[in-house]
Design a binder for this molecule. Sequence first.
Ligand SMILES: Nc1ncnc2c1ncn2[C@@H]1O[C@H](COP(=O)(O)OP(=O)(O)OP(=O)(O)O)[C@@H](O)[C@H]1O
Ligand SMILES: [Mg+2]
Length: 295
Amino acid sequence: MLSLKKSNPSDWLVSQNKYQSKKTNQKAKTISVTAGKGGVGKTSVAVKMAKILAETGYKVLLLDCDTNLSNTVVKLGLPITNYFYELLSAQREFEDCLHKDGNLHLLSGCNGNIDLFNKTLEVDRVIIDILVNHERDYDYIILDCPAGITKETLTLNAYSDYRFVVVTPDKSSVTDSYSLIKILNKEFGVNDNHLLINKISSEPQYQRMVKTLSETVETFLKCRLHILGGIKNEEIPVDQFDSVLLHQENSSLHKNFVKIVRKFTDEGEGVALSTDSVFVPKVNSHFEHDVRFTV
Ligand SMILES: Nc1ncnc2c1ncn2[C@@H]1O[C@H](COP(=O)(O)OP(=O)(O)OP(=O)(O)O)[C@@H](O)[C@H]1O
Ligand SMILES: [Mg+2]
């Protein structure tokens, strides 16, 4: 059962409102897949990365933080449940709420649950409790975040070891991702994020976006942006996208995701967490290390 007592770690963290207060010696690496903007591909990225990591041999917990509009189960073709609400209301144990497929465990959210909607819950605190209580059970914990920059989502983003900010070439997506990075920096002291550009039409477009976002974030926020890579805008019918994404291992989509995940896991240990000193790399340094966009 989840405890919401004043003395627990999440209470303390939320009250401190400080990214620097992060715990040490944790086992799982926590990754928030986030954006601010809706529909950019957060859930697609979170589910695909979780699946690749699990198939590589890592033990992975995928947490659907879109707690009442849960899409992870839908993408994975699993039954919709009210487990998340039952967990919160202490009717069901955490272990009994998970969908398990080998190394991949999923805690889905609810879908339009009226009781969850009406209940006053600090979802960020509840999810941080899950992270704290289960960090030793997994290698990676991936948080599929909802659209919007609510305090709850920002707290989860700040608490995570890594933030994968998903951006598309749409101007409003670029603006919203900058707003997210700015608030994380100003309010939570977060000064590094990972950038994944989704729905790209061409290599030059990808390069332009990397340059623009890197320069803006470094110049105005003195933040560090790690470039994960780009994913092509797939010209496939919308209702077939999930099937291609999750089941076609010979697709360029799959291969590109594998490349991105490998780049992250291979370099992951070397990616420094936030410190008090701000590191501002030269803009060009990103291009030396980025994963190339494959059309
Ligand atoms: N690389 C891509 N190429 C083509 N379509 C894509 C790509 N990535 C995602 N999509 C499509 O974009 C839509 C939104 O994807 P997804 O649900 O993953 O976004 P989201 O950011 O999680 O949305 P929300 O903000 O509603 O949670 C889906 O229809 C998905 O199939
Ligand atoms: Mg989503």
